[in-house]
Design a protein around this ligand. Structure first.
Ligand code: 0GY
Length: 291
């Protein structure tokens, strides 16, 4: 597959909002470089190289102290780029890996030692081929004893079909990007209400209030139409929300966001210092750095 990426913004603006000391960017990726860490043959897109050095420089520039690096589908179940980034982070990065049912206990233990604390199940059809639920359940049962959680990525229209599976998982479950709501629909309409109800009824379910740039119909710079959705989750579930840049923004076709402007989204959805502290520090520390 040919490279189909547009590159991340090499010169983001300095955010006006200053993240608190200890703030965690809890959703970002490293890609390649392909010469050292080739992309997966089964990938659905080819990203730009986004090596760990660039991620760590961005972390410092934006005013964060830590990263949670999430395995993206373009690297498949080959977590070497992720583990290499963790190994070079001076303990300031933790990871979410993607594993197959054939993963060995020794491989899981090595990933844990490197700083992996979760595994990701991706249900977005444009990104992955279908994996049977029983395979995912088997993987969840393998990682649960390590204290890991499951990160799930899906689109809002698929929640009715997936909800039973999510709520039966034996771990904490972290939903990427609020379950990709259609922000053209009302924030108190049936679709988002279903997501909120799922979180209300299942205290083990968390959400990332990330990716306004992917969800917005209004577009940059403010991504105003995403604010009510993220703000509702932050205020309803202040102890179960996470935030991340999603750098380097794979598959963004409409525009490439300015990471500084994305950081300025935070005080609009977490409007008090207390909510900001939980979102950026307390919650990610509890989930990723408890030991
Ligand atoms: C994201 C979003 C996307 C890609 C992936 O694993 C991935 O390839 O998650 C997307 O295309 O929406 O969180 O990076």
């Amino acid at each position: 597959m040919d490279a189909d990426w547009i590159p991340f913004d090499p010169n983001p603006s300095k955010p006006r909002f200053r993240p608190l000391p200890g703030a965690v960017d809890a959703h970002c990726h490293v890609f390649g470089p392909a010469a050292a860490f080739p992309y997966a043959p089964e990938r659905k897109y080819t990203p730009c190289d986004a090596p760990k050095e660039k991620l760590f420089a961005l972390r410092d520039f934006l005013g964060f102290e830590r990263n949670v690096v999430v395995q993206a589908t373009c690297h498949g179940n080959d977590n070497r780029a992720l583990v290499d980034a963790l190994a070079h982070s001076d303990g300031r990065a933790r990871g979410v890996a993607s594993v197959a049912r054939t993963v060995t206990d020794a491989e899981l233990a090595a990933m844990h030692a490197a700083g992996v604390r979760g595994t990701r199940f991706n249900f977005v059809r444009r990104l992955v081929d279908f994996t049977p639920r029983e395979v995912l359940s088997e993987i969840a049962a393998r990682i649960a004893p390590l204290g890991w959680h499951v990160v799930v990525y899906f689109e809002a229209k698929d929640l009715p079909e997936l909800e039973e599976f999510f709520t039966a998982l034996p771990t904490t479950v972290v939903v990427d990007h609020m379950g990709r709501p259609d922000v053209g629909k009302p924030v108190d309409g049936p679709e988002f209400e279903r997501f909120v109800s799922m979180m209300r009824e299942h205290p083990n379910i968390w959400s990332k209030v990330s990716c306004p740039e992917r969800l917005s119909l209004a577009g940059p710079p403010g991504y105003d139409d995403v604010v009510p959705f993220a703000k509702r989750l932050v205020e309803t579930f202040p102890d179960r929300v996470l935030w991340g840049t999603d750098w380097p923004h794979p598959n963004m076709k409409s525009h490439m966001p300015d990471d500084g402007k994305l950081v300025d989204f935070v005080p609009r959805i977490a409007t008090t210092p207390e909510l900001q502290r939980r979102l950026l520090v307390d919650n990610p520390m509890r989930l990723y750095w408890k030991e």
